[in-house]
Design a protein around this ligand. Sequence first.
Ligand SMILES: [Zn+2]
Length: 439
Amino acid sequence: MNRVLSAEWVLPIEGPPIEAGAVVIEDGRIAAVGTAGDLGEGTRYDDAVIVPGFVNAHSHLEYAVYGGFGDGLGDFAQWIALHIQRKARIGWDEYVDVAKLGAAQCLASGVTTVGDCSYSGATAVACAELGLRATVYLEVFGSDSAQALEHFAAIRDRAADAFSTRVRPGVSPHAPYSVSIELYDACADLGLPIATHISESPAEVAYLLTGAGAWGGYKDLLVAPPGKTGTHLLAEHDLLGPNVVAAHCVVLDEDEIGLLASTNTGVAHCPRSNAALGCGVAPLAELRAAGVRVGVGTDSPASAPSFDFFEELRSVVLSARARAARPDVLSACEALELGTLGSARALGLDGEIGSLVQGKRADLAIVSLEGSSYLPWEDPAGALVFGGSPDRVIATYVDGEARYEKGGMDWQELTAAAHSARRAMLAQPAARPVAAPRA
Ligand SMILES: [Zn+2]
């Protein structure tokens, strides 16, 4: 059965904005995109835009209640120790409760797909239950490949019933400082989509290059420094490629940008997380100029303040302009493209999602700009990026079904369950003092 949605603007991303536009949905896919005059009005939304659902290219839904954990800590070992200690205080059911809150917050923010790095596998269960599309990259750590793969198999089995065409499994060897090259190789042999963290901070790069710097005292927590950066290390071992998405990529030189481009590796740009952790500002303009497949990710409240994708898109624009000292280095429209089709490309899903094009999955968001300072309309993409917020999301559709409707989610139940997990994590005092102000 057909369903028609129409609004003052439809932003297909592939193709120009359509005034008084409409989208026809049939069997979970987009049957047509055009003007309401041609396709009918169906359900009409005034003062609103219809956009492809945002694609969050890097998240950790299981950390939805980690807000403020370790904020401002300058000591890496203390930061890690705090997270490990608190994480150990909750079990599987709590992981699922927290991930469900994270998935709901994503849907409420207009996000229809996540590329999520999952420590326990609970993300898969949460996404399956709430109808959020996901690639769930199950995380592995360490240098013992056999042990890590055993752990991977265990968490994949625990979440097995959740995997489907909408929720697909992947693997995430965490980072070149926490995973040996042998384990990276073993992960590649699994033949699954891969996510990893690369070149997040100057301290990471200094450690990998020389074993020195701020992380030099923590060799027992990390794998041995390889004497090269993560990008060079993975490239030399043939471990970059189109099935890999690398989060962060903040500290890169020209050679490394060239390697990411020539290997067609995806990059998840997470400007709020990078800023909050004091890592720097990624060279977005340079990555785009080199033709790298860049998408946008929120990371998680363990670093960025929230899963609010509008805030992330604004940060993409502002950080790019601040870094380049030029206002024309990135438009709101280009940022919107990065957060939809760009992220879909980074995750290797652009054949199915990321734009409103006939035949693709009907994943979309309807966002009202009613009463905002961006109306009457001048630039609908600019209005959405600068004036949008989760409060303004009227509905979020995945596979043609409304998975979120304003006022329709039982937030009380979702937050009560997740907050009791947070309470359990905070139940005992932290091993070390939290966030002493730095001189
Ligand atoms: Zn991450």
